[in-house]
Design a protein around this ligand. Structure first.
Ligand SMILES: *Cc1c(COP(=O)(O)O)cnc(C)c1O
Length: 367
């Protein structure tokens, strides 16, 4: 059994994907070929924003957004401590200070209460200037944007949505990728919408911001790439990856629906015996991961392993406990909810093509 089954998806989409890759090879425009603009337009339509600007990966997307937002040395940027490293790494990379925030224990996402406490703490210390918030749509579920947008406004902070895992999710019909001042995503193969290599994108409704990100992704270009008006990056989505994503985006809404069917079956069958993930009223998750919480996870994961069922821990180490962030001076106990989650969560197989027999086998392994 596979944790994420990309082979089955490829077999289903093979004629279309193969034809699109061949078309790129025949046409020969490997960098910024016409498929890139076509994909950006369709992706923007899907998410419901004015601009989708593709780039080389989800980490670069975060860096591009931080650069475009003018985040710099001495600024404080708030992000969850319970996330993938890239969220916090991008903050340090642009010279700002990552300020970690505890989690909401029911959704695994950034706790708005903890965010307010951490902002106030920074304001009182006066050492770093609060500048931005990066909220993460962890495991496919959008963060609490109704509250986060209000907090960002109250403290005059830029709000960035890290939707690397969140594409396909919704709050009251509004799609992930459309929240905050700008959003980012990743097309790493295992993400809900993945390509066959690295890829990423930035989303915004602001024309000027979009122009700035487009300049930053090609060496800070002005008129063209040999007219350089600012320091940028080299971060583009390959034409072949855009071609693959065009084919995958067409079936993505139906895949999100299938993931929700799988999650629904898991939750119905498991909720009496183990803590299953909660999706609040009005929210839709794209189920990048289906994540259970148990103090007995070591035992449960070992039992699954003997049955040939893969499982994985996202994430065993909070950001404030990573060696790379040791110099920030955080301590064990600073974020009790996130720390407990990192000790108790584990994820079980999740993809759109998981069969009922597999689900039954996984469930019986956990009961
Ligand atoms: C995967 C991921 C990223 C980084 O995306 P890459 O394309 O791998 O660079 C950033 N943030 C989160 C929350 C992620 O899960």
């Amino acid at each position: 059994m596979k944790f994420i089954d990309l082979d089955t998806q490829y077999r289903k989409l093979k004629p279309g994907i193969d034809a699109r890759i061949q078309a790129v090879l025949d046409q020969g425009e490997y960098i910024m070929g016409p498929q890139v603009a076509e994909f950006e337009e369709k992706l923007a339509d899907y998410v419901g924003v004015k601009h989708a600007i593709s780039c080389a990966n989800g980490t670069d997307a975060l860096q591009l957004v931080l650069m475009a937002s003018g985040v710099k040395d001495g600024d404080a940027v708030f992000c969850p401590t319970f996330t993938f490293f890239a969220t916090a790494e991008a903050i340090s990379f642009v010279g700002a200070r990552p300020c970690f925030v505890d989690s909401d224990e029911t959704t695994f996402n950034m706790s708005p209460q903890s965010l307010v406490q951490q902002i106030q703490k920074q304001i009182e210390s006066g050492l770093h200037t609060p500048k931005a918030i990066i909220a993460v749509d962890l495991f496919g579920q959008p963060a609490n944007y109704p509250e986060l947008e209000e907090i960002a406004k109250r403290f005059d902070l830029v709000l960035i949505e890290d939707s690397a895992q969140g594409l396909g999710g919704e709050i009251s019909g509004r799609k992930a990728g459309s929240f905050g001042d700008a959003a980012t995503t990743s097309f790493f193969p295992a993400k809900p919408l993945g390509c066959y290599g690295d890829g990423g994108a930035v989303f915004t409704n602001d024309d000027e911001y979009a122009t700035l990100v487009k300049s930053l992704r090609v060496h800070g270009k002005g008129k063209d790439k040999y007219d350089n008006v600012r320091i940028g990056m080299n971060s583009r989505l390959d034409t072949i990856q855009a071609a693959i994503l065009l084919e995958k985006l067409a079936v993505f809404p139906s895949e999100v629906a299938l993931r929700n069917t799988v999650a629904g079956q898991y939750s119905t069958k498991l909720s009496d015996s183990i803590k299953v993930p909660i999706v609040p009223e009005g929210y839709l998750s794209s189920w990048a991961q289906y994540t259970l919480t148990s103090p007995d996870r070591t035992l449960l994961m070992a039992k699954l392993k003997t049955l040939g069922i893969p499982s994985a821990i996202y994430y065993a180490t909070c950001m404030h406990q990573q060696s790379a962030f040791e110099d920030l001076g955080y301590q064990v106990g600073d974020f009790p909810i996130a720390e407990r989650l990192s000790n108790e969560v584990f994820s079980i197989p999740m993809h759109p093509y998981l069969q009922k027999e597999d689900i039954d086998q996984i469930v019986s392994g956990l009961l």
